[in-house]
Structure formats: structure tokens, C-alpha cells
Design a protein around this ligand. Structure first.
Ligand code: AMP
Length: 282
């Protein structure tokens, strides 16, 4: 497996694989790889001839400096994990390689989809995500890009950006990988103390409570209240939002909702902000 740190070398490598008529699968990550990331690699290996994975903790998408500084980083371990999983090459550029002039003068600002929910709680977050992915897709060139449904709003925003800007990536969403007790795998889980780890189950429990509420025929507002109540009953957790939305617009459902509703939750558990989501029915 190759390790590449220079953007130009990554572009060359991808081009070389395409020249050989190989289909490229691309898995963008911020590292601290876990089984959720590996499920994306597995999906990519199933569809592509060559799988590239990026590891880049993108400062542009962090509003909170402490969150950026405390974000887990372990490139050595990530390289071993990626190689064992069958990744062909890892792109792990330094911040100065991706943003040589510091803050870039041009950024990609997603429209309304990026302003609500996570976008409202973390102003500028999706502009950071959209900018770095636009750069990564531009460097990688035509590819199938594998993203997790764990970050459901991010997936929707990225699909929109790819559509609006004609980026050469086919975005493929992959299901969320969970711990046995339902907690969605996340690099941020590493920062939870044992007590917080146990409390973090409340996110998944809240989603199940919301689902059960809808299944009983209750309204989306009642389902949101049921979700909120579960998080609020956990002393170590602090609710950010609990929302029931239409899956594409991510807006509160109208009288005739389009598609299977999605339940989304965000909460701090101790100092760590976690998000999760589920469809209204399995
Ligand atoms: P991150 O490194 O957290 O930026 O995540 C990189 C990619 O992995 C994103 O597309 C995430 O949605 C995806 N991902 C993160 N956690 C999971 C999970 N538990 N299951 C599936 N995909 C995930």
C-alpha cells in the first residue's frame, strides 16, 4: 500500500489507475479508523478495482478550536488498518499541503441543506466539508465516493454539492455500523470516559423511542418529544436537537411527506458532541 502526502502525487496516482481502465473507489475520512470506515472500504472494494482512502483532519470544518485539537489522530495505526483492509493507497496530506495559503480565498458554501440542524449548531461546518471534498474530488478525478449514512446530513449536502458543481464523483451512501448496544461507531467515541460511554447509548435509545412513537401513529412533533425525553433523562447528556425530517429536504414533514421519514439526534455526552440517525422504519 502506498502512502501519499502530496496532492499532485495523489492526482497522478489516480490518473495512472484510470489510464489502466480501473474503476476508482474513494473513501474520504478524518482518520482514527474504525469498523465504520472499514465498511466503506469493503463497499468500495466490491465495486472498484482500486481503493484510495484519505486521512485528513480538515481544520476548515471545525468551528471549535478545542474540538480540532482534541480530535483523535493516529496515522501509524490507520496505515496498518487500511493496508489490512485492502486499501491500495492512503492520501494523508499535511494541512499546509491542502491549504498552502492558510484560509483559502474560495470556499464552497452549500445552500439551505447546509444551514439547518448540524449547520445551525456548527456555523461554517458544511462549508468546510464541501470545500475539502470539492478539492479531494477534484484531485482524485472520476471515482465512486463512499460516505456513511452515520453523517446523514453530510451525505445529503455532499450529494447536492456534487450535483450542483458537476463534480466527477458518484456518491454512494453506506449504512451505519454500530456497537452491540446500538452506539454508532465514531472516532469521537474514543474521547468518552467509561461513564460517558455508557451514557452515550441514549442517542440510539432516543432514535428507537422516536421510531416507536411514529409506529404508534403519533405525530412527528410527538416523536421528537419522545426522543428528547430519552436524552434529557440521561444526566451526562445534553440535547442539541431531536428532529424528524423528510429524507431529502431534511425539513419537517408536511401533510404528505415525501419518502421514509428520518430521525436525527445530536447531543453532548460529557464534553463530546455525538450525532446519530435512523429511518422511521427498519
Ligand atoms: P469521519 O472520519 O468521521 O469524517 O468519517 C469518514 C466517513 O466515514 C464519513 O463518510 C462517515 O459518514 C463514515 N462513517 C463514520 N462513522 C461511521 C459508521 N459508524 N458507520 C458507517 N460509516 C461511518
Amino acid at each position: 500500500m502506498e502512502l501519499i502526502t502530496e496532492p499532485a502525487a495523489w492526482r497522478r496516482l489516480a490518473k495512472e489507475h484510470r489510464r489502466r481502465d480501473e474503476r476508482i473507489g474513494f473513501v474520504p475520512t478524518m482518520g482514527a479508523l474504525h469498523a465504520g470506515h472499514l465498511s466503506l472500504v469493503e463497499a468500495a472494494l466490491g465495486l472498484a478495482d482500486f481503493v484510495g482512502l484519505s486521512v485528513f483532519v480538515n481544520p476548515l470544518q471545525f468551528g471549535d478550536r478545542a474540538d480540532l485539537e482534541q480530535y483523535p489522530r493516529d496515522l501509524e495505526a490507520d496505515l496498518k488498518t487500511a493496508e489490512a483492509a485492502g486499501v491500495g493507497a492512503v492520501f494523508a496530506p499535511a494541512v499546509e499541503e491542502m491549504y498552502p495559503a492558510g484560509q483559502p480565498a474560495t470556499v464552497v458554501v452549500p445552500g439551505p441543506l447546509g444551514q439547518i440542524l448540524e449547520g445551525a449548531s456548527r456555523p461554517g461546518h458544511f462549508a468546510g466539508v464541501a470545500t475539502v471534498l470539492t478539492k479531494l474530488f477534484s484531485l482524485t478525478g472520476p471515482c465512486a465516493a463512499f460516505l456513511g449514512e452515520k453523517d446523514f446530513q453530510q451525505l445529503a449536502v455532499v450529494r447536492q454539492v456534487v450535483f450542483d458543481l458537476d463534480l466527477p464523483a458518484e456518491v454512494i451512501g453506506c449504512p451505519t455500523v454500530r456497537e452491540r448496544d446500538g452506539l454508532a461507531l465514531s472516532s469521537r467515541n474514543r474521547r468518552l470516559s467509561p461513564g460517558e460511554r455508557s451514557a452515550a447509548r441514549c442517542l440510539h435509545a432516543a432514535l428507537l423511542a422516536g421510531r416507536a412513537s411514529l409506529a404508534r401513529g403519533e405525530s412527528p412533533e410527538e416523536a421528537e418529544a419522545a426522543m428528547a425525553a430519552v436524552v434529557e433523562s440521561e444526566p451526562l447528556a445534553r440535547l442539541d436537537y431531536a428532529a424528524v425530517v423528510e429524507p431529502e429536504s431534511l425539513r419537517s414533514p408536511g401533510p404528505a411527506p415525501a419518502g421514509l421519514l428520518r430521525l436525527l439526534v445530536a447531543a453532548f455526552v460529557g464534553p463530546v458532541r455525538l450525532i446519530d440517525n435512523l429511518p422511521a422504519r427498519s
